[in-house]
Design a protein around this ligand. Structure first.
Ligand SMILES: *Cc1c(COP(=O)(O)O)cnc(C)c1O
Length: 232
């Protein structure tokens, strides 16, 4: 099942790239494996997937230990400050979910201790949904400027979780808005800040996100099937 799902996802990614006149190599597929057992992750690995996304620290660490070493792990979920010390280091390639200065500060402290620089994305709540984490678009530039001062953090771009919609076209304006925000930030030429990554697009809307400039799409259900939270 996973091989077939991955083939369909790959086809759609290629189609969306073609629609937008973009090269396939500009888009990284992150397989979001939260709640899924190792066997399914291994199936995806066998099909060539090397980027996995998890949203809980303990689950991420357990899976890191059980999976092959050449995987790039992405922390895509809300991160509590007291858990930062567990994810900073070579286990996690990118933290997608930094939305407060206090969280960035804690990441910086742990990074400094280890003598490393930690790449992060600033999470933007582009539709200003009350139920979601993320900084509002209007405050994102200021937050980016503040975090940029932290020596052991490197901002690599923006991340957003668009609203859940049936019709992906409904999210196109939000994807456009965050792309524009990344251009605005680029134009400010802030030291220590790159906007090379735009992490947006999930199972329901990744083709639209790619058409609007996504460089990372985070796909769970479309690869691993529905999640069953009650069974855990
Ligand atoms: C679960 C999750 C995804 C994947 O969602 P699907 O709709 O299953 O593709 C992507 N991003 C984040 C931050 C998530 O928590």
């Amino acid at each position: 099942m996973i091989a077939e799902n991955l083939r369909r996802v790959e086809e759609n990614i290629q189609k969306a790239c073609k629609n937008a006149g973009r090269d396939r190599s500009e888009v990284t597929l992150i397989a979001v494996s939260k709640t899924k057992p190792i066997e399914l992750l291994l199936e995806a690995y066998e099909e060539g997937i090397r980027c996995f996304g998890e949203n809980k620290v303990q689950e991420l660490l357990d899976k890191v230990d059980k999976m092959p070493a050449d995987i790039e792990w992405h922390m895509i979920g809300h991160l509590q400050r007291n858990k930062v010390k567990n994810v900073v280091g070579n286990r996690v390639a990118l933290i997608h979910s930094v939305d407060t200065y206090r969280l960035a500060e804690e990441i910086n402290i742990q990074a400094k201790k280890q003598g490393i620089t930690v790449p992060i994305l600033v999470e933007v709540n582009i539709a200003e949904e009350e139920t979601k984490f993320g900084i509002s678009a209007k405050d994102a530039i200021l937050l980016t400027e503040e975090i940029a001062e932290l020596e052991n953090i490197k901002i690599e771009g923006l991340m957003t979780i668009a609203p859940y919609v049936e019709n992906p076209e409904d999210n196109r304006p939000y994807f456009r808005k965050i792309k524009q925000l990344s251009v605005d930030i680029t134009n400010k030429n802030i030291d220590n800040v790159s906007m090379r990554i735009l992490s947006m697009g999930m199972t329901n809307d990744y083709m639209t996100a790619i058409e609007e400039g996504a460089t990372m799409v985070r796909i769970g259900t479309g690869i691993f099937g529905e999640r069953n939270y009650s069974r855990k």
